[in-house]
Design a protein around this ligand. Structure first.
Ligand SMILES: [Fe+2]
Ligand SMILES: [Fe+2]
Length: 204
C-alpha cells in the first residue's frame, strides 16, 4: 500500500527482502514510524465504539460496559493508567473473544505499570468469581493467586468496577471525557520507567 506521496526520502522501497535493506532505509523507516505510532491513541479511540457489536444479551453493550467500568474507576479516584486500562479492558471481545484479557493487556504493557498489566491479564479469571459456578466451573480459580502482590487490586477491579458495569441507568461518562487520558497514557515513552516498579524491578 502506497501511503506516502512518491518522492525522495519518503519511502524505503528498494528492497523486496528485509535482508537487502540498507541502513539508510531502516533509519528512514524509523522516522516514518514516529507519526504513525503517535496516532495509536486515535486508533484505539476510534475502535472502541465497535464494542457495541460485541457479545449480545446483556442490559448494556460492551462499549457502554467499558465506559461504565472506566467511569467508576475514575470517580473512585484511581490513577490515570488504571482508568485507561479499565476503559479498554474488554477491547479484545470482538477480535479475540476466547482470550480477550490478553489482547488488552498486551496493548497496555509498554505504557503502564506491571501491576496494571497483571491486573488486566488476569481480570477474566477474577471476574469468574461472579459467574463461573453457573457453568459448573470453579468460581474460586482466582485463589491460585492468593498472596500475589496484585491479587487484591485485581479482585477490587472486578468487584467495584467491572462486574458492576452493566447498568442502563448509570450516569456514564462519554468517551470524550477519557480521550485526554488515553492520549497521555499511550503517548508515554514505550517501555519507559513506568514499566519498572519496585515490585517488578525489571518489568516483565
Ligand atoms: Fe473482560
Ligand atoms: Fe468487563
Amino acid at each position: 500500500m502506497n501511503v506516502m506521496s512518491p518522492g525522495k526520502n519518503t519511502r524505503a522501497e528498494s528492497y523486496r527482502r528485509m535482508e537487502d535493506g540498507t541502513k539508510e532505509e531502516y533509519l528512514l523507516l524509523k522516522e516514518l514510524a514516529k507519526p504513525f505510532k503517535a496516532q495509536t491513541a486515535d486508533r484505539i479511540l476510534a475502535y472502541l465504539p465497535n464494542l457495541a457489536e460485541s457479545f449480545p444479551g446483556m442490559a448494556v453493550d460492551r462499549y457502554v460496559h467499558s465506559l461504565q467500568t472506566a467511569t467508576q474507576a475514575h470517580r473512585a479516584g484511581e490513577s490515570e493508567e488504571f482508568v485507561v486500562a479499565a476503559l479498554i479492558h474488554d477491547i479484545g471481545d470482538l477480535l479475540c473473544p476466547d482470550n480477550h484479557a490478553l489482547m488488552a493487556a498486551e496493548m497496555l504493557k509498554p505504557y503502564v505499570s506491571p501491576e496494571v498489566y497483571w491486573m488486566i491479564v488476569h481480570h477474566n479469571l477474577f471476574q469468574g468469581y461472579y459467574f463461573f459456578h453457573h457453568y459448573g466451573k470453579d468460581r474460586n480459580m482466582r485463589d491460585r493467586f492468593r498472596g500475589h502482590p496484585c491479587y487484591q487490586m485485581t479482585a477490587d477491579f472486578c468487584a467495584k468496577y467491572d462486574q458492576t458495569a452493566f447498568d442502563p441507568n448509570m450516569d456514564t461518562m462519554p468517551l470524550s471525557a477519557f480521550e485526554p487520558m488515553v492520549r497521555r497514557v499511550f503517548g508515554r515513552e514505550p517501555w519507559g520507567p513506568q514499566t519498572k516498579t519496585e515490585q517488578f524491578p525489571s518489568g516483565y
